[in-house]
Design a protein around this ligand. Structure first.
Ligand code: SAH
Length: 222
């Protein structure tokens, strides 16, 4: 990532504010140092509209337009930590690029990220922010992520940042043996769920209650 950018920002978007966020996540139980370091380095305010930038380092979800939200930093950190708990990761599929903030965190702790978004303008904006901050190990796809991205699978890990009623079968198919999938599941009541593949078995574990926007069907242009 470009040094000048992640050091930039004054007042509520400064490096010091980012360090406080990192300390807060540590207090909330995030222990993975790679994840904490990625949070500390990443200018979250660049992923938001200017009018919201001053709130970027609060531990809260924030709107990014098109009825979508940038996830709360604690959740971003927790999901990333759960993926990494099985060891270093090469290929990771992300469904729901949104602002690209979670993508940026992932890209700093794994080798390659393949990210899919159904709303084209969100994808374009995320692409340009990631380019601006110098993150290059990400490829983007405008599509319905319920179908994964078969071309590059199987993946060592898959992260989904919108909630389906049930885990999409195609995502399980594209998970490598030993691979880990982190996904919010449920409608009115949602649970962050970790699925670990062992051959043809999929071990599901409920982690904690969460609130995500729904995983929808089909890709749209506006
Ligand atoms: N990780 C994002 C969270 C964005 S909210 C961030 O940190 O900003 C969830 C995102 O999932 C939205 O951008 C939404 O458009 C996208 N999404 C919902 N259903 C999808 C689908 N079927 N395929 C791909 N993306 C989807």
């Amino acid at each position: 990532m470009r040094d000048d950018l992640w050091k930039s920002g004054i007042g509520m978007t400064s490096q010091r504010t980012r360090e406080r966020l990192m300390e807060r996540l540590f207090e909330e139980g995030i222990r993975n140092l790679q994840v904490l370091e990625a949070i500390r380095r990443t200018p979250r305010h660049l992923f938001l509209d200017e009018a919201l930038a001053h709130r970027a380092y609060e531990d809260t979800a924030l709107p990014i337009g098109h009825n979508q939200t940038l996830s709360q930093p604690y959740i971003v950190a927790r999901m990333t930590e759960l993926l990494l708990a099985g060891g270093p990761l090469d290929k990771v599929l992300e469904v729901g690029t949104g602002s690209g903030y979670q993508t940026a965190i992932l890209a700093q702790v794994v080798e390659r990220v393949f990210t899919v978004e159904r709303i084209l303008p969100l994808q374009e904006r995320a692409k340009s922010v990631l380019r601006e901050i110098g993150i290059r190990n990400v490829v983007f796809r405008h599509a319905d992520g319920n179908w994964g991205w078969p071309q590059y699978g199987p993946y060592d890990a898959i992260m989904v940042t919108a909630a389906p009623a049930e885990v999409p079968a195609e995502l399980l198919n594209q998970l490598a043996d030993g691979g880990r999938l982190v996904i919010p599941v449920g409608e009115r009541e949602q649970y962050l769920t970790l699925v670990v593949r062992e051959g043809d078995n999929f071990i599901h574990q409920r982690i904690e209650p969460v609130r995500f926007v729904p995983l929808l069907a089909g890709a749209i242009h506006s």
